[in-house]
Ligand binder design. Structure first.
Ligand SMILES: Cc1cc2nc3c(=O)[nH]c(=O)nc-3n(C[C@H](O)[C@H](O)[C@H](O)COP(=O)(O)OP(=O)(O)OC[C@H]3O[C@@H](n4cnc5c(N)ncnc54)[C@H](O)[C@@H]3O)c2cc1C
Ligand code: SF4
Length: 464
């Protein structure tokens, strides 16, 4: 008899909108074992699991869910970690709705299996166990690889290369490893403890992590290659903020999202004076942008005690690039969206402090090269909003330092490194690159996919 499909997914409990708007604790609370088992039982274990094909790192989704159905947690962990060294992170922040879950066969008739939530459940179960499973070290190859940057691209490349027996050292410019996972994505979406745990797992594979080590200043890529490293992988991300280039952008009270989020998340401004990083936000804040970074900035501003937070976006709600879940979370928390609006200038007082922003109303024209309808200024539509702080979240480009100090490394006009997208191999001998430094700001899982492809190609090169 054909199996009856269950087309409704198990809901995951969350902190209610009023409470969570006042604290930095995680919003989504995770499945209980009963809910996880019930959700896993919806999977029909398709022989041709499309979900795996929809995942940029091809996680063996059917296998880990099957182990969950059987109640075999150690096997679920093993199946999940075969391809993914950072499951607790991916289970929380990957856009599953446009990847594995979008192609799940159940999505044709109802709600797809909640793959991300199950991934999180398995990773959290493993973290809570007293003893991590013992790892058998692979035979050493004697080859040394330097990874520059400890974001998801660098961590994934490092884990894969270490599992193959190479000696791997990560050089990270900040005092904490994890890249955007640590300094960008806020605690209430991705607790630092989860990131640290997965960084520790990568270190447990034998990877050395050198913090406070800026490649391009402390040591150059060529010096690494001349001093015993057989290959270098650049996973340096895209950490340089873009600005609006309108009058008043350098007033006190105007922040780039990078600076704001780094102060709040990495340096724990929300714990001031316990941590000595104050961030002045005032009573009314405006965040300019429509992506995940804008949603995170707005929700952090709210949690710092601002009375009113606006998100200013020049297109309509439909074109917003932020994940739907995060947009809805922000709306529920009381953030006010001003769509089809764009800043004309920031206005300051005599002391150079921001007091207002003048905006244009916009309308949508023909689609541009991103396929989205382009915003056009409505003439004579200017209006003012009084604000105490503004956070500009318009996107980022790679920092030029590595390219400027590495002869022969080609970059595009946008500052991204030029490399073969299939392997990450750059035109500079023995140098690979992947993640945001190659693509510009993208996603955690695409950076991980790039780290994996580069690791496979580096291994092939070192063994040839
Ligand atoms: C606020 C925010 C929210 C986001 N939300 C999501 C989300 O919900 N889901 C999602 O999938 N993606 C999200 N993203 C995007 C995602 O985080 C990035 O695409 C991803 O982190 C890129 O990984 P990466 O390894 O290429 O670079 P990064 O994570 O940027 O890591 C690069 C690392 O390299 C280090 N570095 C740079 N230069 C040097 C140097 N010269 N020497 C040594 N170290 C160096 C940096 O300090 C950093 O640690 C978000 C991004 C931001 C900013
Ligand atoms: S496509 Fe959906 S139902 Fe099929 S194996 Fe993957 S998660 Fe299970």
């Amino acid at each position: 008899m054909p199996r009856q499909l269950n087309l409704n997914r198990e809901e995951m409990p969350r902190q209610d909108a009023k409470t969570r708007g006042k604290n930095f604790r995680e919003v989504a609370l995770g499945y209980s074992p009963e809910k996880a088992k019930a959700e896993a039982s919806r999977c029909i274990n398709c022989p041709k699991s499309l979900c795996t094909l929809g995942c940029p790192v091809n996680v063996d989704i059917r296998d880990f869910i099957k182990s969950l159905q059987e109640g075999n947690m150690p096997e679920a962990v093993k199946a999940l970690k075969r391809k993914n060294a950072l499951p607790g992170i991916c289970g929380r922040v990957c856009p599953q709705e446009t990847q594995c879950e979008q192609v799940c066969v159940l999505a044709k008739r109802g709600a797809p299996v909640a793959i991300g939530r199950l991934e999180r459940f398995v990773a959290d179960w493993e973290r809570e166990q007293a003893e991590a499973p013992a790892l058998t070290p692979p035979p050493p190859t004697g080859k040394k690889i330097a990874i520059v940057g400890s974001g998801p691209a660098g961590l994934t490349a490092a884990a894969d290369l270490a599992k193959l027996g190479h000696s791997v050292t990560i050089f990270e410019s900040l005092h904490t490893a994890g890249g955007v996972l640590m300094y960008g994505i806020p605690e209430f979406r991705l607790p630092k403890e989860i990131v640290q745990n997965e960084v520790n797992y990568v270190a447990s594979l034998g990877v050395k992590i050198e913090l406070d080590s800026v490649v391009g200043k402390l040591v150059t890529v060529d010096e690494l290659l001349n001093n015993g490293f057989d290959a270098v992988f650049l996973g340096t991300g895209a950490g340089l903020p873009m600005f609006l280039n309108v009058p008043g952008e350098n007033l006190n009270g105007v922040y780039s999202a990078n600076e704001f989020l780094t102060r709040v998340n990495l340096m724990k401004a929300y714990c001031f004076p316990e941590y000595d990083t104050p961030v002045k936000i005032g009573k009314t804040a405006a965040v300019i942008g429509g992506g995940n970074v804008a949603m995170d900035s707005a929700r952090c501003a709210l949690r710092l005690g601002t009375e009113k937070v606006y998100v200013i976006y020049r297109r309509s709600r439909t074109e917003m690039p932020a994940r739907r879940e995060e947009l809805e979370n922000a709306e529920e928390e009381g953030i006010e969206f001003k769509f089809l609006t764009n800043p004309k200038q920031f206005i300051g007082n005599e002391r150079g402090t921001l007091v207002a922003m003048e905006c244009y109303e916009m309308q949508l024209g023909e689609p541009d090269n991103t396929g989205r309808r382009s915003p056009i200024v409505k003439p004579g539509s200017e209006f003012k909003i009084e604000i105490d702080s503004a956070i500009v979240a318009l996107g980022t480009t790679p920092n030029p330092m590595i390219a400027q100090t590495s002869a022969g490394l080609e970059t595009t006009g946008h500052g991204t490194v030029v490399a073969d997208p299939a392997t990450g191999k750059t035109g500079k001998p023995k140098v690979w690159a992947g993640g945001d430094v190659l693509t510009g700001a993208a996603t955690v899982i695409s950076a991980m996919g790039a780290g994996k492809r580069a690791a496979a190609d580096i291994d092939k090169f070192l063994r040839s």
